[in-house]
Design a protein around this ligand. Structure first.
Ligand code: SF4
Length: 372
């Protein structure tokens, strides 16, 4: 919104005229229908961009705004709110091999700074009840092993992108290819049920930190979340990581579920003590409130009140040994995410109009969130 305002583009599609650019939205938010986007966007592209490219190339020609908007109507994966046109399909790229970018972007900052990002998996084979990926991006698709030599030729540092790198069907062989190439490798967080010694030993040569998403310290709660991860698997994974000589561990947790007991929250402290006993020198916890997301099994749930969440944060903090570095996600930001997920079109219309007239759209949204 700030970007549009800075460029003097009205926030609501209805207020734009022929001289304004067409505002397209795509990406993760567009695998479902988000009412806010129907007010903000001129065109919404639903699904994977790769499988849209040929049709988009035909449409994206110099033309006046109204003609261009008309031509987007014919594409099955678009929503064009001003013309009342809804998408018929979520576009899906069935074969990642066909779309390995010839000239990929290499990020300058963040965990994957200066690394070529190689997407080895899209979608996810698991079924976690709170996650969009497991629900909306099925079936999972994988980059074939044969593509790697070609990709690795031009780069000396890669970040492997996947829902879970350890779900890659040819992981063992991939490790051999990567070892042989001698390039530096990073991976995102790992699932704990599919780790083996060979992979962890390989990873340790490239990464200092062993990062995993446990989500809940209680197996009972993980079962409710359909995380499919037993305590025995969790213990085994941490032990394997120590055996591979990882000294730093980072664990992601969520809290704020209606079924959660004080005992479940206190169990986060037990995990911390266990990790210290195993010999990890640095233990970092990232603890985030649960935000129900559209398109997930938990989409009808609500986010717990700030007061309850703060009490829960206190319980968790009291359970943790002093040596653990803990980072709670901002409740305010989480609440804004929840609000944007839940906002209906009427409210979006009103809010965007108000934001348009204000100097700070952020303040308008924050104020609205406070009143909900
Ligand atoms: S949380 Fe991870 S493992 Fe679970 S469905 Fe989502 S991406 Fe898959």
């Amino acid at each position: 919104m700030k970007l549009l305002l800075r460029k003097s583009v009205p926030l609501r599609n209805i207020d734009r005229s022929q001289s304004h650019p067409i505002i397209l939205f795509g990406g993760a938010l567009c695998y479902t229908e988000l009412p806010l986007l129907k007010v903000l966007a001129d065109v919404i592209l639903h699904g994977d961009i790769e499988s849209m490219l040929v049709q988009l190339d035909r449409v994206l020609r110099p033309a006046v705004r109204s003609e261009l908007l008309q031509s987007f109507i014919d594409l099955p994966f678009t929503t064009v709110p001003l013309y009342g046109k809804k998408y018929q399909v979520v576009s899906q790229c069935h074969d990642l091999d066909f779309f390995v970018p010839a000239c990929p972007l290499v990020p300058e900052r963040g965990e994957f700074a200066h690394k070529l990002l190689v997407e080895i998996e899209r979608g996810c084979i698991h079924r976690c009840a709170y996650c969009m990926m497991g629900k909306l991006k099925k079936p999972a698709r994988f980059l074939s092993l044969q593509k790697f030599p070609e990709i690795l030729q031009r780069h000396d540092s890669v970040g492997l992108i996947a829902s879970n790198v350890t779900d890659y069907p040819w992981l063992d062989e991939l490790v051999d290819v990567l070892e042989e190439s001698g390039i530096s490798v990073s991976v995102s967080s790992l699932r704990m049920d599919r780790l083996d010694e060979k992979f962890l030993r390989f990873l340790r040569k490239h990464q200092n930190s062993f990062t995993v998403a446990l989500e809940s310290a209680s197996e009972r709660l993980r079962n409710i979340l359909k995380k499919d991860l037993t305590d025995a698997q969790v213990e085994r994974a941490f032990k394997l990581a120590r055996k591979a000589n990882f000294e730093e561990v980072k664990v992601y947790f969520m809290f704020g579920f209606e079924e959660e007991s004080e005992q479940d929250l206190m169990a986060i402290g037990d995990v911390a003590r266990y990790l210290l006993e195993l010999g990890f020198k640095t233990v970092k916890f990232s603890i985030n409130p649960f935000i129900p997301k559209r398109g997930t099994e938990f989409e009808k749930r609500t986010m717990q009140d700030e007061k309850i969440l703060r009490q829960k944060m206190k319980i968790i903090s009291s359970s943790l040994p002093a040596r653990v570095k803990v980072d709670f996600e901002s409740l305010r930001h989480s609440r804004v995410q929840f609000f944007i997920n839940r906002m209906d079109e009427d409210l979006a219309e009103k809010l965007l109009l108000k934001a348009q007239q204000s100097e700070s759209p952020e303040r308008v949204i924050n104020n609205a969130v406070r009143t909900v």
